[in-house]
Design a protein around this ligand. Structure first.
Ligand SMILES: Nc1ncnc2c1ncn2[C@@H]1O[C@H](COP(=O)(O)OP(=O)(O)OP(=O)(O)O)[C@@H](O)[C@H]1O
Ligand SMILES: [Mg+2]
Length: 319
C-alpha cells in the first residue's frame, strides 16, 4: 500500500504542571494524502494546536507524547533524532503559527528571515525569490518590506509574511494555525485563494486549524472536529455540513449558521468546554449535550468508522 503523506494514530500528549502530569490530547488520529486540505475545528482549548504541532515536534519542553505514532511518508517522526528532523521541519513540512508576530524573529529583517529558510535547507535563494514570495501573499511595497523588522508591520502583514515563510520552500505539507484570523475580511479571501492556488498547482497538502466554519468550507476537503482533547467527528466537508452526526458538530454548525444569518439573538452553545483538569472517563460533551444518555458517562466513547467518516458518540456503536 502506498504510504500516506501523514498518518497519526492514537496520539496522546501531556503537559507537566505544578500538580503533576495532565493529559491534554487524549486521542488524535489523522490520515491524509498529498494534495488534501484537512480542517481542524473545535472550541478554544480542545487540543487543535497541540495535536498539530506534534507533527513538528514543537510541543513545549513541559510537554510529552505519551503514546501514538506520527508518520510522514514512511518515517515515524517521533523516533527521528533532532538532526534528522531538522531536514524536514521548515523544509518538507512548514507551520504557520497562530500568533504570527511572536513567531517571527523580532531582531531580523523580513528579507533575511525568508532568505534563511532557503539557505538553511540548501535551496536556491535570491532577493528576487524572496520578493516574489512576499508579492505572492499580497504584500505591497515589497522592496521596503524586505528591509523592515516585524514590529514595523501590522499583525495582518506579519501573518501573511509567516505564510510566505511557510511556503517559500515549497513544502509537501503546510500546517496553518488560524492563518486568516488577524487579516481583515477583504484580504482574507486573497490569502485563502493563495493557499488554494498553491495547493492546486503544486499539490501541497494543508492542515488548516480554524474556528471559522465558512473558512473551512471554502478551503477544505475534509474536517476533523475536536473537543476535550479528542477527535469527535471526521468526514468530508459535504458530509459534515449536510449531515453532521455528532451533537457537538451540530451545535457548532448551528452557532455558525446563526451568526451568518445575522439572527438576533445569535444562537449560542450553553456552558463551557471542560479544561484538562476537569476531564473524566466519560464523553466530554455530556454536560452540554441535548441528547445525552446515562451510558455516556460510563467511559470515553470509542471512535467508530462509518462509510468514509468517523464519529465518537454512544449513539453510533460498532455494528
Ligand atoms: N505549553 C503548555 N503547557 C501546559 N498546557 C498547555 C500548553 N499548551 C497548551 N496547553 C493546554 O492544552 C490544551 C489544548 O491547547 P491547544 O492550544 O491545543 O488548544 P486549541 O484547540 O488550539 O485552542 P485555541 O482555539 O484557543 O487555539 C489547553 O487546555 C491548553 O491549556
Ligand atoms: Mg490553537
Amino acid at each position: 500500500m502506498k504510504d500516506k503523506l501523514i498518518a497519526i494514530k492514537d496520539l496522546k500528549i501531556s503537559f507537566f504542571h505544578e500538580n503533576g502530569k495532565i493529559q491534554v490530547v487524549r486521542g488524535f488520529d489523522l490520515s491524509m494524502d498529498s494534495g488534501e486540505i484537512v480542517g481542524i475545528l473545535g472550541e478554544s482549548g480542545s487540543g487543535k494546536t497541540v495535536s498539530a504541532t506534534s507533527i513538528l515536534r514543537l510541543e513545549d519542553e513541559a510537554g510529552s507524547i505519551d503514546s501514538g505514532t506520527v508518520f510522514y511518508k514512511d518515517r515515524n517522526l517521533i523516533e527521528l533524532t533532532e538532526k534528522e528532523y531538522r531536514k524536514i521541519r521548515g523544509n518538507r513540512i512548514s507551520y504557520v503559527f497562530q500568533n504570527a508576530s511572536s513567531a517571527l524573529n523580532p531582531y531580523k529583517k523580513i528579507g533575511l528571515q525568508l532568505t534563511e529558510v532557503l539557505k538553511n535547507h540548501q535551496l536556491p535563494y535570491s532577493r528576487t525569490i524572496v520578493l516574489d514570495a512576499l508579492k505572492g501573499v499580497g504584500i505591497e511595497e515589497v522592496h521596503m518590506v524586505y528591509d523592515m523588522y516585524p514590529f514595523q508591520l501590522s499583525g495582518g502583514q506579519n501573518q501573511r509574511i509567516m505564510i510566505a515563510q511557510g511556503i517559500i520552500s515549497k513544502p509537501d505539507l503546510l500546517i496553518a494555525d488560524e492563518p486568516s484570523s488577524s487579516i481583515d475580511a477583504s484580504l482574507r479571501k486573497t490569502v485563502l485563494d493563495l493557499l488554494k492556488n498553491i495547493n492546486q498547482k503544486s499539490g501541497m497538502a494543508i492542515i488548516l486549524i480554524t474556528h471559522d466554519f465558512d473558512v473551512a468550507r471554502y478551503l477544505c476537503d475534509r474536517l476533523i472536529i475536536m473537543y476535550g482533547g479528542l477527535v469527535m467527528e471526521e468526514g468530508t466537508v459535504n458530509d459534515i455540513f449536510e449531515e453532521p452526526l455528532h451533537p457537538y458538530t451540530r451545535e457548532l454548525i448551528e452557532c455558525a449558521s446563526s451568526l451568518t444569518r445575522g439572527d438576533s439573538p445569535v444562537y449560542t452553545l450553553e456552558g463551557t468546554a471542560p479544561t484538562p483538569f476537569q476531564f473524566k472517563e466519560e464523553c466530554p460533551f455530556f454536560s452540554r449535550c441535548k441528547y445525552r444518555l446515562p451510558e455516556c458517562t460510563l467511559e470515553i466513547p470509542q471512535i467508530i468508522e462509518l462509510d468514509n467518516r468517523k464519529i465518537r458518540c454512544v449513539k453510533h456503536k460498532k455494528r
